[in-house]
Design a binder for this molecule. Structure first.
Ligand code: SAH
Length: 348
């Protein structure tokens, strides 16, 4: 299987040329692909050419929305995307005053196995290709009636299932594809990448000079706590994560975000707030507190709203910029950490 959305416009031009097709055919194909169309809907592309592409294993639309759930609370939409091999990933569309943000997945499942997150419950099934990650954006854009001439998705966050930096090449290629001028042209500033802190991959990413917003999932500022909830901490501890965030700031002058999910009795005490303050004070960053969303299999509970505000006011008083994140899509299990991989067995 080869996915046409894995290709940049340049690469698509080379491909169409290799079939003896004129270069404007690549542009037509590109428009159709980015409108989320499958071959059958591409009326402006000759039948013979489409048949040759299909015979050679090229897939036009590798990501299809098979289910969408709309939150009654806030209009957030959760999508189930089906991939060509029957695997399913989830995405979440959040509507804000300034535009629509799509939360996308980079892997089917996840290897990181954080103690509070649903995505890693069954380990990693496989990486998504760049074109599949892009396909999530294209499909959601189409769902809202958009195409290349009218873009409905303005912001993208790589915060769905998977660890983006554990699928490095595909994630980087995706970022370039989604930003491409003739493509969806989503500005890097409107893209956030969240990592649990794979620092070697992150340092490689710094060299790519892709000026997106960086978000680090910190969740605890003491190694003895962070190691109990995030296995990755044994390799990349709190110091390493914070130093990496500082390198990012030095290089880009962009504020980083530290995600901190408040878990009752685990990381929400006074000593946890103090440890966090001592680590980030004076560093231009934002601490984004989220009350942990409930994941049945994980058995951890979120801090109460009241305690969360107490935690946040401690940070505030110490001069640390902090936000308490609104939970969106909780009634459709679309909230942070609730996304999971599913597999529909085909031909059963
Ligand atoms: N692997 C990346 C991307 C996942 S992003 C990362 O770790 O950053 C999803 C964000 O939601 C992360 O900050 C993650 O730690 C957080 N999260 C996971 N499970 C959660 C839960 N049950 N409640 C609240 N946040 C959660």
């Amino acid at each position: 299987m080869k996915l046409l959305t894995d290709l940049s416009l340049e690469e698509l031009k080379q491909l169409t040329a290799s079939y003896g097709e004129p270069s404007f055919r690549a542009e037509q194909l590109y428009l159709s692909l980015y409108a989320g169309k499958d071959y059958a809907e591409m009326s402006n592309i000759g039948k013979a050419f489409k048949e040759r592409l299909q015979a050679d294993g090229y897939v036009a639309c590798g990501v299809k929305i098979i289910e969408s759930y709309v939150s009654k609370i806030d209009g957030t939409v959760k999508f189930l995307y089906e991939l060509t091999d029957g695997n399913i990933v989830e995405g979440v569309l959040m509507r804000y005053k300034y535009g629509n943000t799509l939360c996308i997945s980079t892997q089917v499942g996840c290897r990181m196995n954080c103690a509070f997150c649903a995505s890693g419950l069954e380990g990693l099934k496989r990486n998504l290709t760049a074109g599949e990650i892009l396909g999530e954006v294209i499909a959601a854009n189409r769902y809202d009636g958009g195409d290349l001439s009218e873009r409905k998705i303005t912001n993208v966050v790589l915060m769905g299932s998977g660890e983006p930096l554990d699928n490095y090449d595909n994630t980087v290629k995706f970022l370039r594809l989604v930003n491409a001028e003739k493509g969806l042209n989503i500005s890097y500033r409107n893209i956030s990448l969240s990592t649990c802190g794979l620092i070697d991959a992150f340092d490689r990413f710094l060299e790519e000079d892709i000026p997106i917003t960086m978000t680090f999932s910190l969740h605890a500022a003491r190694d003895e706590v962070r190691s109990t909830i995030m296995p990755v901490n044994k390799k990349y501890g709190v110091d390493k994560v914070i130093e990496a965030a500082k390198r990012f700031f030095e290089r880009t002058k962009r504020r980083v975000v530290f995600e901190y999910s408040l878990i009752k009795g685990v990381n929400d005490g006074k000593e946890d707030a103090e440890a966090l303050i001592s680590r980030v004070k004076g560093f231009p960053c934002i601490v984004n507190l989220i009350v942990l969303n409930y994941v049945k299999e994980r058995g951890l509970t979120g801090t109460s709203r009241k305690e969360a505000y107490r935690f946040s006011s401690m940070l505030e008083k110490a001069g640390v910029a902090v936000t308490v994140r609104r939970t969106m899509g909780a009634d459709i299990e679309g909230a942070c950490g609730q996304l999971r991989a599913k597999y529909i067995k085909k031909n059963d």
